[in-house]
Design a protein around this ligand. Structure first.
Ligand code: ATP
Ligand code: MG
Length: 468
């Protein structure tokens, strides 16, 4: 394991611990990622004794540590150096009483500390002690599980998950991030304990959820959360998407699996977490708007409006930010059918201009979502829809090139109009301003000041105004 100890910090920690006569180990994520050859800039050190005392001794020896923080209450310390994070903690032994969420923590050995870790692959330690510097300490065959790509709890699954139910979300997150399988008994443990997730704060659940969404193939995690019923605990709107109904021989598609396909498609094209959230939400109101008529078959009329309205309440409950990210997701949900709708008619410039105006700077993301939304099993259909969308894309580029409506600013402001007629701010100003915007979007006039002045004068005249 010596090859993983290349960073100079390891030697510093070793010497600091020797001076204090403490035993020290590297544990957890860093060891796992080193063996997997994944980049990792967080290193966790466990000492049998005081983590804070060790961190102080280490900090003394580091000249360019930018930040040192001590958390007395938790007995931990954190040092930041360049873009590396070093965490120091004393080895602990944990015991939980069933009626309490708070573990009783006491000092323990390195073995005790490994016992309380969530998965065998996260319970690996490397010794930094003189007697066996660089030795791997692997009490639960974590390396074997790394080789077999398996997630398994060190102790009994149900106990492990019931002690800290967040570990169930972590299991799904690691399975998705690392492309690992959850061992059969561990999976059973999650299924049996899923309802205990309700004692975990939504912020911590959402942290794990966002890591699942940020993975290469997020559907893996959603399918696992669905099958174990973890998803049912905090995201019933997604559960409601699942299922297929048939009437008069007509079936609609399963919107849960469709949504996951769209999400994976988006993940292939973009790392933007919020574009991925837009994929998750795009059909969220289909269950609310579902209808069947003999004439039309299955319909979901207005699901884009209802869905865009639901984004806020879902974001609020999931403790996602209620800022411009939320508005962005809501906007994409609202507009998600527009590019495809454009392909179904003869595309006029004004329709294209309106779409660019409504989407603004998010037009490229909207087109991406639209393309990813094509998930038919019929290859010819997919090809045809995609070709249509590419055509729309071309039109958008043409119109944008000519008219620059993406960041549309009307060629005259309300202020300009007031000055032109020398009037007070009034209802007429609003009417003229809106007519001007419509005229530009409809292509009646071009997006420049001369044509705008002419138009505004004419419109003013109709309202009984004359130039000052
Ligand atoms: P990442 O840094 O990618 O989130 P990680 O495994 O390093 O993954 P951290 O949250 O940094 O996760 O935790 C560091 C280590 O602490 C883990 O490897 C694991 O050994 C332990 N750990 C973290 N959270 C838990 C938990 N809820 N239950 C048990 N052990 C945990
Ligand atoms: Mg970590």
């Amino acid at each position: 394991m010596l090859k993983h100890l290349g960073h100079p910090i390891f030697n510093v920690v070793k010497e600091a611990a020797e001076d204090l006569s403490l035993e020290v180990f590297v544990v957890g994520g860093f060891v796992r990622d080193a063996i997997l050859n994944r980049p990792c800039k967080d290193i966790d050190f466990v000492t049998v004794g005081s983590g804070i005392a060790l961190a102080k001794e280490v900090a003394k020896r580091l000249k360019n540590a930018t930040e040192v923080n001590y958390f007395k209450h938790f007995g931990t310390a954190h040092i930041r150096q360049n873009d590396w994070d070093f965490e120091f903690v004393g080895a602990r032994k944990e015991s939980y009483t069933h009626d309490s969420r708070k573990p009783a923590v006491e000092e323990g050995s390195i073995q005790d500390d490994q016992n309380r870790r969530d998965f065998t692959i996260n319970a690996l330690a490397i010794s930094l002690n003189a007697s066996n510097y660089g030795a791997l300490i692997d009490p639960f065959e974590g390396v074997k599980d790394l080789e077999n790509k398996t997630l398994r709890t060190p102790l009994a699954p149900e106990q492990t998950f019931s002690d800290d139910p967040l570990r169930m979300m972590r299991a799904v997150r690691f399975a998705t991030q690392l492309n690992f399988t959850i061992d059969g008994d561990t999976l059973k443990g999650i299924k049996a304990t899923a309802s205990r997730l309700d004692i975990i704060s939504q912020e911590r659940i959402t942290d794990e959820l966002n890591k699942i969404i940020a993975a290469d193939k997020p559907s893996v995690g959603f399918k696992l959360m669905f099958d174990t019923k973890l998803l049912h605990q905090f995201f019933p709107e997604m559960i409601a998407l699942q299922g297929v109904e048939e009437r008069n021989g007509l079936k609609h598609k399963d919107n849960f699996y469709h949504t996951l396909q769209v999400l994976d498609n988006v993940a292939d094209k973009s790392n933007d977490l919020w574009l991925r959230w837009a994929a998750i939400m795009h059909d969220i109101a289909k269950p609310d708007t579902k209808d069947f008529t003999d004439k039309e078959g299955w319909t979901f009329h207005g699901h884009e409006f209802v869905g865009s309205k639901k984004v806020k309440s879902i974001f609020r409950r999931l403790k996602l930010p209620l800022n411009d990210k939320m508005r962005y997701v809501s906007k994409l949900v609202l507009l998600h059918l527009r590019p495809i709708a454009l392909t179904k008619e003869i595309v006029t410039d004004s329709a294209v201009r309106r779409l660019i105006f409504d989407a603004g700077e998010d037009i490229d993301d909207l087109l991406c979502l639209s393309k990813c939304d094509i998930t038919s099993k019929n290859e010819r259909k997919v090809k045809r829809f995609l070709a249509n969308l590419v055509e729309v894309e071309g039109k958008i580029r043409d119109v944008e090139e000519r008219d620059r409506v993406r960041n549309f600013q009307p060629p005259m402001s309300g202020e300009d109009i007031i000055k032109l007629f020398n009037i007070r701010p009034s209802r007429e100003v609003g009417i003229i301003k809106n007519a001007l915007k419509e005229a530009v979007l409809e292509g009646e006039i071009r997006n420049n000041r001369d044509e705008a002045i002419n138009f505004v004068l004419k419109k003013g005249k109709e309202l009984g105004l004359s130039k000052a």
